[in-house]
Design a protein. Structure first.
Length: 352
């Protein structure tokens, strides 16, 4: 089957191309780029009832890799172009805001999903491409945090990126970012000690030097103003990545037995969304349960079953709702409680 891969390519590549054309030509292209990743995505998700079928893993793997690499190249090119244009200050205030928002949303939704896909790959080239994408938004720590902490401890208090029941988004953000940094650095230090690698081989050296290199490049392209815009875009992208973690794991916990070991990760420990356009736009990242069950499975092959927790709306819409914690809790607390009760009633449930 070829059509799902075409949908992935059209949805994802338009997200950086349209803002790029807007940066070059201005005018309607800037607003079209912003509309593509916001209004159009929301309308198509709700207006068209379609769920992308899962592909066989071998069928689409080469094309999936090619698209991921193309998206990393597009991300780096878009960042360089936008930083240079915004640093020059030649656009109107409305065009400036629209271009920055469209670019930032691409980085946080498409760029993050693509980098997340790549860091799970066993290929050295693909993995390094994912690291490079995260370095370009100054979030190298997420590579180690996601692989060594989140996937191991998801749904437990040991994972800073799993949102607890009743925890608001802003409290989560203040806890998750520094918590991820501490846990990821500790995990890498422990891995260094175990493997006998010297301290300078710690990936955090790469994260720091890579981030510095991108900051220097931003200053060279756009001067002090360009550097300021780059830092703003990087922070905006990081906030979206953490918000995605918040939405996809809110209120779902893994039980811990008397031995202190948590139960195995199950499909019921992640929230999912079946909405077709945002799923294509984010490389099936909303099929989060299957990703945690099979972290190395390529995105076209991720599955969505009925017996998986489902969000009431698409992932981007739920992220917007999370900005208002009172409304978020009114909507999500009953759903999270219901799913947690179902997990607690399983015959193989571990009593806390």
């Amino acid at each position: 089957m070829r059509h799902p891969m075409i949908l992935f390519a059209l949805a994802t590549l338009a997200a950086p191309i349209l803002p790029g054309l807007g940066a070059l030509w201005g005018g309607a292209w800037i607003y079209l780029g912003l509309a593509w990743i916001t209004l159009l995505a929301a309308v198509l998700d709700e207006a068209v009832a379609l769920t992308l079928p899962a592909e066989e893993e071998a069928a689409e793997f080469p094309r999936a890799d090619a698209l991921s690499i193309a998206l990393v190249v597009a991300q780096l090119a878009l960042l360089a172009l936008v930083v240079a244009i915004l640093g020059r200050g030649a656009l109107s205030w409305a065009e400036t805001l629209a271009l920055a928002l469209g670019t930032g949303l691409f980085l946080g939704q498409v760029g993050n999903s693509n980098a997340h896909e790549l860091i799970h790959r066993s290929s050295r080239l693909l993995h390094r491409a994912g690291v490079l994408a995260y370095l370009s938004v100054l979030y190298g720590q997420h590579v180690s945090g996601h692989l060594l902490v989140h996937h191991v401890h998801v749904g437990t208090k040991a994972d800073p990126n799993s949102a607890r029941w009743g925890e608001g988004l802003y409290r989560f953000l203040l806890r998750a970012w520094p918590g991820e940094l501490r846990r990821a650095f500790a995990a890498e230090r422990a891995r260094n000690r175990t493997s006998g690698r010297p301290a300078w081989r710690n990936p955090f050296v790469t994260y720091a030097l890579g981030g510095l290199a991108f900051c220097l490049a931003a200053h060279a392209l756009g001067g002090p103003a360009g550097l300021a815009w780059f830092l703003g875009l990087a922070i905006f992208a990081q906030l979206q990545m953490l918000t995605s973690d918040y939405v996809q794991h809110y209120g779902l916990r893994r039980s811990t037995g008397q031995s202190g070991k948590p139960e195995p990760v199950r499909s019921a420990h992640s929230w999912n969304a079946p909405h077709w356009f945002s799923s294509a736009l984010m490389l099936n990242a909303p099929r989060h349960s299957d990703h945690h069950a099979h972290p190395t499975r390529p995105y076209p092959a991720l599955r969505l079953d009925e017996d998986m927790p489902r969000l009431p709306y698409s992932l981007p819409v739920m992220a917007c709702i999370a900005l208002w914690p009172r409304h978020w809790r009114r909507l999500m607390d009953p759903l999270a409680t219901s799913w947690q009760n179902r997990m607690d009633e399983r015959p193989d449930h571990l009593p806390d």
